[in-house]
Design a protein around this ligand. Sequence first.
Ligand code: G3P
Ligand code: MG
Length: 245
Amino acid sequence: MTFRFPRVVGHRGASADAPENTLAAFRLAALQGAGAIELDAKLSRDGVPVVIHDATLERTTNGYGAVAAQDFVALDRLDAGTWFDHRFAREKLPTLRAVLELCAEVGLELNIEIKPCPGRAVETAQRVVEDVRRFWPGARPPPILSCFQAEGLEAARRIAPELPRGFLVDDLDGDWRSTARQLDCVALHVGHRALGERAIATVRAAGLQVLAWTVNDPARARALLEWGASAIITDRPAAIHAALA
Ligand code: G3P
Ligand code: MG
């Protein structure tokens, strides 16, 4: 079956207007017209999938040190919103489960970026897949799993071949074609500066859809879609959605 994904994807939610990777940012993305969100999933020390970009807590929470050094009970006490604005002081570091349930509630589709803490790619993929199987309604289009590390996608393919996969790359300099083929990916998620009309045609000719990140300029988003990109991953879903209306 052909993979289809919404054109406007909130990068870590509506992360220009709310603290990234929080339920507030994901809800706002839906309100701003995103059809899907992207998030970053990693594991607490005791193996609970949580949603945070960095390997360490300092930038986006009031905690300290490595995410992988804390059990979930400690991560669950953190404030993940005040760093952005005191209005978001109640935002916590979400579990993947909470975001899966929110997506079902508000009708968002989902791109889960497997963003493992060092050395935990396989385990992270396993736990993410377990949560998707338990908490994502079977009737909805399944989340697409993406990862910069082939190891994470290989584990996902082995455990859950039915979930679509996208290989994440900064640019097109490496051997993306054979990696994506080996991992049986449906899409290549490419840093948008590497993309132009010919580059998009090249990726599509390899049988892969193009998801472009992170695009915050509406004119650029329009051009990428006209050239054949399938989706725009953006911090500013409102602006991109308005430009495409
Ligand atoms: O998934 C696209 C993008 O999120 C990859 O980079 O660093 O924002 O997770 P990063
Ligand atoms: Mg990401």
